[in-house]
Design a protein around this ligand. Structure first.
Ligand SMILES: Nc1ncnc2c1ncn2[C@@H]1O[C@H](COP(=O)(O)OP(=O)(O)O)[C@@H](O)[C@H]1O
Ligand SMILES: [Mg+2]
Length: 214
């Protein structure tokens, strides 16, 4: 920050099992997004060891890192991050179209996921023509298209009303419970506490020994 180093994540030891549903809590600025960015290969650690799906992320080059993200991780963000000029169907298909091994069946798979997300009626709409909940369900379908083992969700309900947010959380729980996806989710609310296998609390870039207070 202006030449000053910021220790966003400091001295973290974390092992997440396949199929686990881990919730990261902590106040704004505690390091949740930074930790998710490291695990998802959007950022790289300045020191330490980091291995995801058997890939050592501190060793790989930028091309390999991009490939890791595309093939192993599905991202869900607070702001949905849909491409505004593409339809719902095209947004969902896009990561597969960019992946040689998945491009062939991209649209078939996208339709399948639109069914799962109950979005078939919205397939040809643009993101600006659908509701916030539908946007997030589109983003979740997109996150699943390359069948990643790991789903990373950063405050996925932050821009939604509580009823819509609950529906999104239930959908994410189904991905974990029924489809066996590992889920690592950051949130500052307690709405997901009941579905988590484990809840960790970040304070100033470190894990707190106690539960997070709201
Ligand atoms: N690009 C950046 N440059 C400088 N500091 C940053 C940057 N991104 C985040 N930080 C700082 O890192 C810390 C952790 O931020 P973040 O991971 O976004 O926390 P959270 O997601 O829990 O709100 C905060 O002190 C924040 O100000
Ligand atoms: Mg954050």
């Amino acid at each position: 920050m202006g030449g000053l180093p910021v220790r966003a994540i400091d001295n973290i030891a974390l092992e997440v099992g396949a199929g686990e549903f881990l919730v990261l809590k902590g106040k704004s600025g505690s390091g949740k997004s930074t930790l998710l960015s490291l695990i998802g290969g959007l950022d790289r650690p300045s020191s330490g060891a980091l291995s995801v799906s058997g890939i050592d992320l501190s060793e790989v080059n930028p091309t390999q890192l991009a490939r890791f993200r595309r093939e192993h991780v599905g991202f869900i963000f607070q702001g949905f991050n849909l491409l505004p000029t593409l339809s719902v169907l095209e947004n969902v298909a896009l990561p597969a179209l960019l992946t040689p091994t998945h491009a062939q069946d991209a649209y078939e798979k996208a339709w399948e996921l639109l069914r799962l997300a109950e979005l078939e009626q919205r397939a040809h709409h643009k993101p600006s023509e659908i509701s916030g909940g539908e946007m997030q369900r589109t983003a979740i379908a997109r996150a699943l298209i390359n069948t990643p083992a790991l789903i990373i969700a950063d405050e996925p309900t932050g821009n939604l009303d509580s009823k819509t947010g609950q529906r999104i959380l239930n959908f994410i729980q189904e991905l974990n419970r029924d489809l066996g996806r590992t889920v690592i989710m950051a949130t500052h609310s307690s709405d997901a506490d009941a579905m988590a296998h484990r809840i960790l609390c970040l304070v100033d870039g470190r894990f707190a020994q106690t539960v997070c207070k709201e």
